[in-house]
Write a protein that binds this ligand. Structure first.
Ligand code: ZN
Ligand code: ZN
Length: 351
């Protein structure tokens, strides 16, 4: 469809006349020439077509005498000055309007340097972490620093223990028979499931499809008192429903042979312990059946007594028990007073 030309209108600010046809250069009421402030508009309701009107370009004002000329003229109709000298045509005059005041968005951008001065929350978190890690390192270094104490040895003990296992029979089941197992019975049981196509089911689905279209009309200002009418074809869409077959599956069990069997295993049974507060440790006597065996030996040596220490400048003491290595236990004697070096709770040296 070819574009059509329709009439635009303007108002005279001098005498207040309104709705003057755009192709008119002088106000029909007061005779004043259409001013540089003019903005053409369209009237509501039915448009007035201007048959045969050729759009060449925007009207222009002569730089020397101010007369209004059509775009088709290369010189002023009034004084003959060349059009090339003129900076004022309908559209360039619209562009020369004063710039709008800064929008609220621009104000926010200008305000942002102030916000940057504040420390962001993540920096506080990092700072807090650094401080707390440093503090805890300092505290633990202080706490674990080796310190010497006086210790009155009151008791030396030993403990020897032996772990014992017994040979037991377990009833178990599996998909195969392990070596050494004695089969009791087998059974057919569900081992897994398989998806099997059962049937197809009709499902209603929807999709968007084009369904014809319509013309939409818009207008653009030609700057010569007229507007061009544009007809644009806009497609219309509709939702279409259709049926589709979808597969439906069922879960079918797969059977396999399960073996139920008896199997013998060494299993933890008990711990036999011997202990004393003398210097002659011995191992507990074992009375093992042929279905029992030793699974490991362990010795433990301890020293108990009174630890002397200072707290806020005052002498204090407390009962303490330390687990120590065998050579220390052999050398330290009951009733002795020794010097201990502790790192945190750990006994690291004595003399
Ligand atoms: Zn007028
Ligand atoms: Zn002129």
């Amino acid at each position: 469809m070819a574009d059509k030309i329709v009439m635009g209108y303007w108002d005279c600010p001098s005498c207040g006349s309104t709705g003057i046809p755009g192709t008119t250069y002088d106000c029909p009421n007061c005779g004043r020439q259409r001013g540089k402030e003019t903005k053409f508009y369209m009237k509501a309701g039915k448009v007035e077509y201007v048959p045969g009107h050729k759009v060449v370009g925007a009207d222009w004002y002569c730089e020397y005498c101010g007369a209004l000329n059509t775009a088709a003229r290369t010189t002023c109709e009034n004084c003959g000055a060349p059009k090339a000298e003129s900076k004022d045509d309908y559209f360039s005059l619209k562009e020369q309007k004063p710039k709008p005041a800064p929008s609220p968005v621009q104000n926010n951008i200008q305000a942002s340097p102030d916000q940057n001065k504040k420390i962001p929350i993540w920096m506080w978190i990092v700072l807090g972490l650094v401080v707390s890690v440093t503090l805890s390192n300092v505290l633990s270094a202080w706490f674990n620093k080796p310190r010497d104490y006086t210790f009155d040895v009151q008791e030396m003990t030993w403990e020897n223990s032996i772990e014992i296992e017994d040979y037991r029979t377990f009833r178990e089941s599996d998909w195969n028979l392990p070596s050494g197992a004695r089969l009791a019975y087998t059974a057919s049981e569900i081992r897994s499931y398989e998806s099997v196509l059962d049937h197809y089911e009709s499902v209603t689905k929807s999709r968007t499809v084009q369904d014809g279209g319509h013309y939409e009309t818009s207008y653009s200002d030609n700057g010569d008192g007229t507007f061009t009418e544009h007809e644009t074809y806009v497609p219309d869409y509709t939702t279409e429903y259709y049926e589709e077959d979808e597969p439906v599956y069922r879960q079918e069990p797969i059977y396999d042979t399960k073996y139920y069997y008896d199997i013998d295993r060494w299993t933890y049974e008990k711990t036999e312990t011997a202990s004393g507060n003398d210097k002659n440790p011995y191992w507990p006597t074992l009375n093992l059946s042929d279905k029992e065996r030793e699974a490991g030996r362990e010795s433990k040596y301890t020293m108990s007594g009174t630890l002397h220490y200072k707290s806020f400048g005052k002498d204090k003491e407390k009962q303490q028990t330390y687990e120590i290595q065998e050579s220390w236990w052999r050398d330290i004697k009951k009733g002795q007073t020794i010097e201990l070096t502790l790192e945190g709770d750990k006994l690291t040296e004595w003399k």
